[in-house]
Design a protein around this ligand. Structure first.
Ligand SMILES: NC(=O)c1ccc[n+]([C@@H]2O[C@H](COP(=O)([O-])OP(=O)(O)OC[C@H]3O[C@@H](n4cnc5c(N)ncnc54)[C@H](OP(=O)(O)O)[C@@H]3O)[C@@H](O)[C@H]2O)c1
Length: 279
């Protein structure tokens, strides 16, 4: 990890595998969106720290390959191919997970989709519907279904893989993504208040840009500083070992304050720049 990433870009991170092992060794951890990017790196890291990982995403072959790699390294993994756009099918996924595993100790809610498109062009592709389903309704439904068992087993942990953008000004062309991620973030923080006294710890990890296929279509990001998927996974690991409610880069609080103090100029500048950039 470069010094820039370590001290400026990254949220606090757990780079000590033994520290992670002390928390997750022998535990069962569900990771959604485990086929690519941050979820794949997180599942691998957790498995190397001794967790049994349950892998959810659509791409069955990728999940099977990852599970096979983990087993070859001596770890435990099981794939659950599922399409989380189909919110109505989430309770059946939760039932299958509970039927096959006596405990689920932690959930890393990571599956997500970003869409960058002007709102006037977004209706045809149902950007809002797709983002709300995958980034909000499905993870909320999955967590709600798994909670009673988690409480009954004496507690657990839920980690939301969120983005710094939910704490920043509304950005042009990101309405569906930013809105759905912000809605889920608030939903889960509300749930977290209820659950902490019952032994279920909720963490939100606010990540900056991470070099994955998600950001590839946005050419603007080619020259911007990014974390690697492993660096992002280590920030998620930090949330797991510390059970902190908020894991964020140190500067995020300052940027939230700036947004509160001078919202109008920031919004005007963003709108002005966007209106002048090509579609
Ligand atoms: N990359 C960034 O800069 C960044 C920054 C902050 C936060 N995040 C958050 O990090 C999370 C992971 O993003 P990433 O960058 O790792 O993106 P990614 O490489 O595109 O991975 C997204 C994961 O979500 C899964 N997924 C997508 N649609 C799904 C569906 N309908 N049903 C089930 N799984 C689905 C994908 O698997 P399949 O395609 O196989 O289904 C994949 O495993 C997202 O929640 C994102 O909002 C990313």
């Amino acid at each position: 990890m470069s010094l820039f990433n370590r001290y400026l870009l990254s949220p606090p991170a757990c780079r000590d595998l033994e520290r992670l092992r002390a928390r997750v060794g022998g535990k069962t951890v569900l990771v959604t969106g485990a086929s690519y990017g941050i979820g794949e790196a997180t599942a691998l890291l957790l498995a190397r720290a001794g967790a049994e990982v349950l892998l959810v995403a659509r791409t069955a072959e990728k999940l099977a390959q990852l599970a096979e790699q983990i087993r070859r390294e001596g770890g435990k993994a099981r794939a659950y191919p599922a399409d989380l756009y189909k919110v109505a099918e989430v309770p059946a996924l939760a039932a299958a997970l509970e039927a096959n595993h006596p405990r689920i100790d932690a959930v890393v809610s990571n599956a997500g989709k970003s869409i960058r498109r002007r709102v006037v062009q977004s209706l045809e592709r149902d950007d809002l519907g797709r983002c709300l389903a995958l980034n909000f309704a499905s993870p909320a439904s999955l967590i709600t279904a798994l909670l009673p068992r988690m409480i009954a087993q004496g507690g657990g942990q839920i980690v939301n893989v969120s983005t710094v953008s939910v704490k920043q000004p509304g950005a042009p062309r990101w309405a569906a993504y930013q809105g759905s991620k912000a809605g889920f973030d608030l939903w889960l923080r509300s749930v977290g208040c209820e659950l902490r006294p019952r032994g279920v710890y909720v963490s939100s990890v606010y990540l900056p840009l991470v070099r994955t296929r998600m950001i590839a279509p946005t050419r603007l990001y080619d020259r911007m500083p990014t974390l690697s998927p492993l660096e992002a996974a280590q920030a998620i690991a930090y949330a797991i070992v510390t059970q902190a409610e908020r894991v964020a880069p140190w500067w995020l609080g300052w940027s939230e304050l700036l947004t509160l103090l001078v919202p109008t100029p920031i919004n005007r500048i963003l709108g002005y720049l966007d209106a002048r950039s090509p579609d």
